[in-house]
Design a protein around this ligand. Structure first.
Ligand code: PMP
Length: 427
């Protein structure tokens, strides 16, 4: 399959994130928390399409909602009731949200949130955290993966991610450190009068999946108010942490929130959400809005209906169960690290966890940076997991799903222990 793909797709690939050497395994089908590849190998899926499938694959309620809508039409050049239903549900869960604007991906949600902040404030610069991933918008991509040679001695510097990034994009992005309130506040104050917003993910996956200190987010909340910039929480992933997302757990109200992944019930989705006063930049009632926004498939009713079904299943009991499973897997893998005498541990919250092969405390992008030996251990672990029938992201991310049973949780821990014994044997 890969040989065939090489001719028609660059590198045989559509998503850099699913590339795997020597070649990827191809999914044939999925059901519940399981995936089968083209060779009929079975895996417990802990990738869940990079955290988006919180109910696993082909969940009957989501399938039914999507099928019912498909029979009525998959997209219209007209609004439908479905977008109002999902917007109302989201606004009812998030105290900081009055209104929602839908789009088709997290990338687009972040792009529209940054543009909304610019439109609202009339300012052009944004601040974001070093090492945090927010999708592919030029500005959001800055300083995603600076190597140690590029780390500034004191403050982080803005570094291009993609070749050809325009200099003016770099100049308009202030890179702040994650989880260092004093340094972040000082940079935000320094550029305050030009800043449209500060974009932060409360538990940034690529920067280590470490939960932000509450004091850090509170400091961002307070300084953004002082300088007149909007605070944007990117909850594309962290919305799966609880009924009110990360903002509910941390009890901090951002000005704008970006959503994606789980709110689409397995279909492409993104959303910008926030208070009426900020969301008014999208309002077309009085002529051209400050921020015009369309999108042929935005708020398509298949996504909206499946998303609504997915969200309705996520009540307090569902989140408690996901939290309990997450704690069990984290504790089990931590114990396996100790038993195998391998330095490392898990981090994360709720249904999300990440395995770190590091002896030091992980606080931010720089402390999460893997040295050569840690990278090697991570690769042995990843392959060991795969060979034991567990799919997790190559960089150690696990996302659990509601169809998992206690037996599945045990099987994940057993596979991780086996993979860690392989790492131990390789030391
Ligand atoms: N923000 C965050 C925090 C993400 O993790 C991602 C994707 N993993 C995005 C934005 C971009 O979302 P999408 O892949 O749907 O464009």
């Amino acid at each position: 399959m890969y040989d065939r793909a090489l001719a028609s797709l660059p590198g045989g690939n559509t998503r850099t994130t699913v590339f795997m050497k020597p070649y990827p395994i191809y999914a044939a089908r999925g059901e519940g928390c399981r995936v089968w590849d083209l060779d009929e190998n079975e895996y417990i899926d802990c990738i869940n399409n990079f955290t988006s499938l919180i109910h696993g694959h082909a969940h009957p309620a989501l399938l039914e909602a999507a099928k019912r809508q498909l029979a009525l039409g998959s997209a219209f050049g007209l609004p439908t009731e479905s977008e109002i239903d999902l917007a109302e549900l989201l606004a009812s869960r998030l105290p900081a949200v009055d209104q929602v604007r839908f789009c088709n991906s997290g990338t687009e949600a972040v792009m529209m949130a940054l543009k909304a902040a610019r439109a609202f404030t009339g300012r052009s610069k944004i601040a974001k955290c070093e090492g945090a991933y927010h999708g592919s918008y030029d500005y959001a991509e800055v300083s995603l993966d600076p190597t140690p040679e590029a780390w500034g001695r004191n403050a982080p510097v803005s570094v291009a991610y993609a070749r050809g990034t325009p200099d003016n994009v770099l100049a308009d992005v202030i890179t702040i450190p994650f989880n260092d309130a004093a340094a972040a506040v000082s940079l935000i104050r320094e550029h305050g009068s030009e800043l449209a917003c500060v974009l932060v993910d409360p538990m940034p996956n690529r920067a280590g999946l470490v939960p932000a200190d509450k004091a850090y987010l509170e400091a961002l909340r307070s300084v953004t108010r002082d300088v007149g910039a909007l605070l944007i929480f990117d909850e594309v992933i962290t919305f799966r942490l609880g009924y009110r997302g990360a903002q509910g757990l941390w009890e901090i109200d951002p000005d704008l929130t970006t959503l994606g992944k789980i709110i689409g019930g397995g279909f492409p989705v993104g959303a910008v959400a926030g208070r009426k006063e900020f969301m008014a930049v999208f309002d077309p009632r009085h002529g051209k809005p400050a921020l015009p926004h369309g999108g042929t498939f935005s708020a398509n009713p298949v996504t909206m209906r499946a998303g609504l079904a997915a969200m309705e299943l996520l009540d307090d009991a569902a989140f408690s169960r996901l939290d309990a499973m997450g704690n069990e897997v984290r504790t089990g893998i931590d114990e396996a690290f100790r038993q195998n005498g391998v330095p490392g541990r898990t981090v994360g919250l709720g249904s999300l966890l990440k395995v770190h092969f590091a002896d030091r405390p992980i606080r931010d992008y720089r402390s999460a940076w893997l040295n050569e030996e840690e990278t090697r251990r991570q690769a042995v672990f990843s392959r060991g997991l795969l060979n034991r029938g567990v799919l997790a992201a190559g960089y150690g991310l696990f996302a659990l799903s509601t169809p998992m049973t206690d037996a599945d949780v045990d099987a994940i821990i057993t596979a991780a222990s086996g993979a860690l014994s392989e790492v131990a044997a390789s030391l």
